[in-house]
Ligand binder design. Structure first.
Ligand code: GCO
Ligand code: MG
Length: 405
């Protein structure tokens, strides 16, 4: 069996997605997600020009050797574009191996460690009341864990709060240049305690609560926030501060017992090695698409398990259903799985392009027993929805200084 062709597609069913199809001489193919939001065409060119030519003729079963060839074998390691390309090839090869074996990928990883995959859903509101109305609706659908984001009074836009007018799955702004958003730490601190105070009063103590700070705070501000929210017993605070300098989390950890989660922008184990090894975080949120695929995420999960760090894979709408499928197989296997972020299955266009076999009931997702990853990609439907240039927003403080988005 050998790799005969590698096709790269970019389509926009509401948002841009980069999809890789690895085709073998037997006709069996595998699919991978290589989407890097706002940098899609860089991954397409990288895959077509620099990765695909090296793999034609190779045995698709050599997943580990191909991973090492593309990572260790290359002088230019790491980086989001490189690792997304490696990730997509890796997912596609696991998909092929499963299809050849007639087994779902989780069986190749070692089988199930649990019945189903617990999800956290998003409640995003224009006000605290609006956010909690949405949270109540999700709880009544069976969700046991909810991420709360509420608009910050006095700011034009708040991360994660799109209102009812916009579809979360649609292009962020759909503008040919990056939209701008504003930020004020002082205004945020005026809102955040009240959000969780009212949340516990209305939703009770049982529901698990999560909040994404989206890296807007300095380490000492994160420490203050964690301490302030301790009484509301969060499952975790996500991306409280940037951790390009992993030492930052030592400052946070010295002051608060609120659990910390980070990792959605990380590309390798090296980006989170110290955070895990020194037990500065509680959940590692790396995504298969952005951190080197199933081979790499399996390694990160195993490393994290030694230090009591759980996995909580990124599940934003800019990861394609192929990535969600890869996460599902990892989640059902990983002994140290924590929780999966979940924003729904997207609009009709998205579901027409990507066919998946994940089901959700009572806040829990089930992985199907289809061989491989259990996803399919409709090339014709994708062709009807061409790529549109789009950017994530840029953030500025109120005095105009560029800040972390
Ligand atoms: C999340 C993320 C996303 C990101 C998006 C950027 O926790 O779901 O923070 O909302 O902002 O994936 O590409
Ligand atoms: Mg996040």
């Amino acid at each position: 069996m050998f790799i005969k062709d590698i096709k790269v597609f970019v389509c926009s069913p509401g948002r841009n997605f980069v999809t890789v199809k690895v085709i073998t001489d037997t006709g069996i193919f595998g699919l991978g997600d290589a989407t890097v939001n706002g940098r899609e065409m860089a991954v397409v060119a990288f895959l077509q020009e620099h990765v695909a030519p090296c793999l034609i003729g190779r045995n698709p079963h050599d997943i580990e050797d191909i991973w090492q060839y593309l990572y260790r074998g290359v002088y230019w390691r790491k980086g989001p574009i490189n690792m997304a390309a490696i990730a997509a090839i890796d997912m596609a090869l696991w998909d092929i191996k499963g299809k050849v074996a007639g087994l779902p990928v989780y069986q190749l990883l070692g089988g199930k460690s649990r019945k189903g995959v617990t999800l956290y859903a998003h409640a995003n509101g224009e006000s605290i009341t609006d956010t909690l109305d949405k949270a109540e609706a999700l709880i009544s659908q069976g969700f046991k864990a909810i991420r709360l984001q509420s608009a910050i009074p006095g700011l034009k836009v708040t991360y994660g709060v799109l209102g009812d007018k916009k579809d979360y799955f649609e292009l962020q702004g759909n503008r040919p240049l990056p939209p701008e958003e504003d930020w004020s730490t002082a205004k945020y601190f005026q809102m955040i305690d009240e959000l969780f105070k009212q949340a516990r009063a209305r939703l009770g103590d049982e529901v698990q609560l999560v909040h994404d700070v989206h890296s807007r705070l300095t380490p000492i501000e994160s420490a203050k926030l964690g301490k302030m929210l301790e009484k509301y017993n969060l499952l975790f605070l996500e991306d409280a501060s940037m951790a390009e300098n992993q030492e930052n989390y030592r400052v946070i950890r010295q002051h608060t017992t609120t659990p910390m989660a980070i990792g959605e922008t990380y590309n390798t184990l090296w980006d989170c090695k110290d955070l895990i090894q020194e037990q500065l975080i509680d959940y590692i949120r790396v995504a298969a698409t952005h951190a080197g695929g199933i081979t790499s995420l399996r390694r990160i999960a195993d490393f994290a398990s030694i230090f009591n760090v759980k996995t909580a894979p990124h599940g934003a709408p800019d990861l394609s259903p192929i990535c969600l499928a890869a996460h599902m197989h990892l989640n059902i296997w990983a002994p140290n799985f924590g929780i999966q972020e979940f924003v729904g299955f997207g609009n009709e266009q998205l579901q027409a392009v990507f066919k998946h076999s994940v089901t959700v009931e009572n806040g829990m997702a089930m992985v199907s027993d289809e061989p491989g990853l259990g996803v399919d990609f409709d090339e014709d439907a994708a062709k009807e929805l061409p790529y549109k240039r789009s950017y994530l927003p840029v953030c500025r403080l109120e005095d105009g200084t560029v800040w972390n988005w």
